[in-house]
Design a protein around this ligand. Structure first.
Ligand SMILES: C[S@@+](CC[C@H](N)C(=O)[O-])C[C@H]1O[C@@H](n2cnc3c(N)ncnc32)[C@H](O)[C@@H]1O
Length: 277
């Protein structure tokens, strides 16, 4: 089954997320906190197995849908707002010969183009922090999940109240992302009518995150990664816009180097209740 993008008009990111995701789409690299370790935990908490009809929202360059299809043998539908991300995802699925198992489409998390009750599990990793209305997105995840189905999200969390300079730096550096304390994310799932199954918080080790990010890439990815670095360095010399961006994200306070003292990630899983008979 291949979904062709069925949007009337190409959806776009609101600013400033557009600039941030444009850069990632140029490099062909997206990530989420916790890397593959977090992905495996999320898939397991959502009970994903070979028979699961899985939807991933905000799949970026398609690492997780391919990982889930390959390691668990399930059928995956994956959507993203960005056509450029989807081009990378298509390329990856085709390269890994998973294009019969992984279907891709352009869609906004806040208005999913699927009928009610279509999926056994809906997951998203580092997406809600960027969506203008995360409550509406979660209501959509719930709507397209079947009764009894799981909705699982991995998002950045404040483990303790951050210094203001750090909070505004992360929002600036990460395209306007808004992070919440763990209770905040859990409350959003509850507010969308999901029964809470599990909520966990994790610390991030900068080195582990970096190692995990790299371990998600195969040889072709690493080649793209090297090309991206080369075009980044060339861009620094030739593009005033890129230099402006780098100045914007340059750490402006010492607290920024201690980011992981107060910032981590959470894995939250809810269930769409089965209606009473
Ligand atoms: C931080 S990246 C994470 C990508 C992927 N989940 C991963 O772990 O590699 C966030 C992704 O969410 C997508 N995104 C942001 N807002 C979205 C929305 N409203 N609907 C669908 N996708 C969205 C972006 O285009 C981007 O690919």
């Amino acid at each position: 089954m291949m979904h062709t993008p069925s949007v009337a008009r190409t959806p776009t990111h609101p600013r400033p997320a557009a600039a941030y995701f444009d850069l990632q789409a140029t490099w062909g690299l997206t990530k989420h906190f916790g890397g593959t370790t977090a992905t495996d935990t999320l898939l397991s908490r959502c009970g994903v197995g070979p028979e699961t009809r899985l939807l991933e929202v905000g799949c970026g360059v398609g690492i997780t849908p391919c990982h889930a299809a390959r390691t668990l043998g399930c059928q995956v539908v994956a959507v993203d707002l960005s056509e450029r991300m989807l081009t990378w995802a298509h390329r990856r699925a085709w390269r890994l010969r998973l294009d019969r198992q992984v279907s891709l489409a352009a869609a906004d998390a806040q208005a999913l183009p699927f009928p009610d009750d279509s999926f056994d599990a809906v997951i998203c990793e580092s997406v809600l922090a960027f969506v203008p209305d995360p409550t509406r997105a979660l209501a959509e995840y719930r709507r397209v999940a079947r009764p009894g189905g799981a909705v699982g999200v991995t998002e950045g969390v404040w483990l303790r109240p951050p210094p203001p300079a750090l909070e505004s730096y992360l929002a600036r550096a990460l395209g306007g992302a808004r992070f919440l304390p763990p209770d905040g994310w859990a409350a959003l799932l509850g507010g969308a009518g999901l029964g809470m199954v599990s909520a966990e918080r994790h610390r991030i080790g900068a080195l582990d995150q970096w190692r995990d990010d790299l371990s998600r890439l195969d040889a072709a990815d690493l080649l793209d990664y090297a090309r991206a670095w080369r075009s980044f360095l060339t861009g620094l010399a030739t593009s005033p816009a890129l230099r402006r961006y780098v100045r914007t994200v340059w750490p402006s306070s010492p607290s920024i180097f201690r980011v992981f003292d107060s910032f981590g990630y959470g894995i939250f899983v809810g269930r769409k209740e089965t209606p009473p008979r």
